[in-house]
Design a protein around this ligand. Sequence first.
Ligand code: DGL
Length: 261
Amino acid sequence: MIGVFDSGIGGLTVVRALLDRLPGHDITYLGDTARTPYGSKSATTIVKYSLKNTEFLLRQGARFIVIACNTASSYAFQAVRDQFNVPVFEVIGPGAHLAVARSRRQSIGVIGTRATIASGVYEAKIKQEAPEARVFAVPCPLLVPLVEEGWINKPETAMIVRKYLHPLKTRQIDTLILGCTHYPVLRHVIQRKIGARVALVDSAEAIAEQLAAFLGEPPAFVAQKDTGRRLTLFVTDVAEQFQKTAQLILRQPVIIHQADL
Ligand code: DGL
């Protein structure tokens, strides 16, 4: 079983990608809704929460851990890997790799939480692969609460997205990394505001591909659609809005369980 965690609802975009790409694998998800957001917390706290989340998933029987949160990936990947004896995957490396592969002019924008952008991890990973790349990173702290609230198609959300993307538009980026797992939910708004010529990189797709390779899965076009897999969802605080937004992201009805960490 694959254990996946995020600070809240955003990691479900990764679960959706895993369900599509890895049919046949059971997935257990933990959304730490009681302690979200992580994006405004200190590194020590993010590491502490990430270790607890991992422990919980391992108790449920996870054999691999996917840190489906850019913020936790930025600060806690090493700690989780050092502490537990299972393969651990994060979302930054695969996202950076995909962006370098897609960008023609190596002019790459990154949007994420304050903590992710402050960590500089995306920039470092991109430069490791393409030292000549120009990277422009912008924190977008208001987008996570808007998604958690389900304000996906509100004009106010579009206005805020436009304001955040303005500095990137003037830099003439050709690729934009959605460096927070909540942002793919706003993909249509982001694409409209940044312009059709900018390629959007969703780390959910990238991590699903990496995991498929690790598990020796056949390429996407021959993957079997499976019906027998099990998806179990836990949150640390059950809120009504979570269920609605979860169903919107996963495009299927869901049952949510309360997790006691
Ligand atoms: N979804 C998390 C991420 O990918 C951020 C949400 C939060 O701030 O907790 O960075």
